[in-house]
Design a protein around this ligand. Structure first.
Ligand code: UYC
Length: 230
């Protein structure tokens, strides 16, 4: 009823993240009135940087069947809710769309491709990075990519998440691999089928960095100034 919707609306506006996380999918399933609440919520919060709660509301509208929801997003957030800033003229809209759809596997492939493009035509052709190229990657672009992952994964995925875990483990690689589900005992997780491509994965599981050529690339990536706290 209208009363229930209004009560949910108030809880959504005032509630904790935990409450908001539960209410968003609930509202998305209540038909037009529920969707209207989610639209209003997103518009109200558009002047502050997007959090994963905004990401959740955005995804609920993006992935629901009502054509009016897609039209609303197209009109008000044509490029999503994370500013797609790039110092290199890279268009991050394809990445934002894959993440909005929660197609984390395709998003992971595109992320690695985008990093190679950022490093220049040689890396883009090679399809993998030299660790010496990682230091030259622009802060702006890395932050855009990272925010897209954070906002569209309930804060679970992203390089900054991996970095925080890595630092908390005293920069021990083996501890990191097991913590983020990249290795179990002495057994590496096999690409792609043994990785978990949804939010049931451990924190920091994605995006992937292939360790076939050693840890220097990810060591440089997780040490990049893009993640230094201001
Ligand atoms: N792969 O095992 N990986 C590939 C990971 C390793 C290997 C791609 C991550 C260990 C081979 C991605 C882990 C290893 C290929 C990842 C992992 C290994 C390949 C696709 C856990 C053997 C075929 C992109 C750390 C013991 C390609 C790309 C090739 C691919 C990711 C083997 C994203 C996180 C040490 C043989 N693995 N990779 O880079 O280059 O090709 O031959 O990390």
């Amino acid at each position: 009823t209208a009363n229930d919707i209004d009560s949910l609306r108030l809880q959504l506006i005032a509630g904790s993240e935990k409450i908001q996380q539960q209410l968003i999918p609930q509202l998305a399933e209540m038909g037009n009135e529920g969707l209207e609440v989610l639209k209003e919520f997103l518009l109200k919060r558009r002047d502050t940087p997007a959090t994963w709660i905004d990401g959740k509301a955005y995804q609920a509208l993006y992935n629901c069947d009502a054509p009016t929801a897609r039209e609303f997003l197209q009109t008000n957030f044509p490029e999503g809710i994370v500013p797609l800033k790039s110092d290199c003229g890279i268009n991050y809209n394809p990445l934002q769309e894959l993440l909005a759809r929660q197609d984390y596997q395709a998003a992971d492939r595109l992320t690695n491709q985008n990093l190679c493009e950022l490093a220049g035509p040689q890396a883009a052709q090679r399809k993998w990075l030299y660790f010496t190229e990682v230091d030259t990657l622009p802060i702006q672009d890395l932050q855009t990519i990272n925010r897209l992952w954070l906002v569209h994964s309930e804060g679970k995925f992203g390089y900054s998440v991996q970095r925080d875990i890595w630092l908390s483990l005293g920069k021990n690689w083996d501890s990191l691999w097991s913590k983020i589900g990249w290795k179990e005992g002495i057994k590496w997780t096999r690409y792609p089928n043994e990785f978990i491509w949804d939010l049931s994965a451990p924190k920091g599981h994605l995006p992937l960095s292939n360790q076939l050529r050693g840890v220097r690339v990810i060591a440089s990536l997780l040490s990049h100034p893009a993640w230094h706290k201001t």
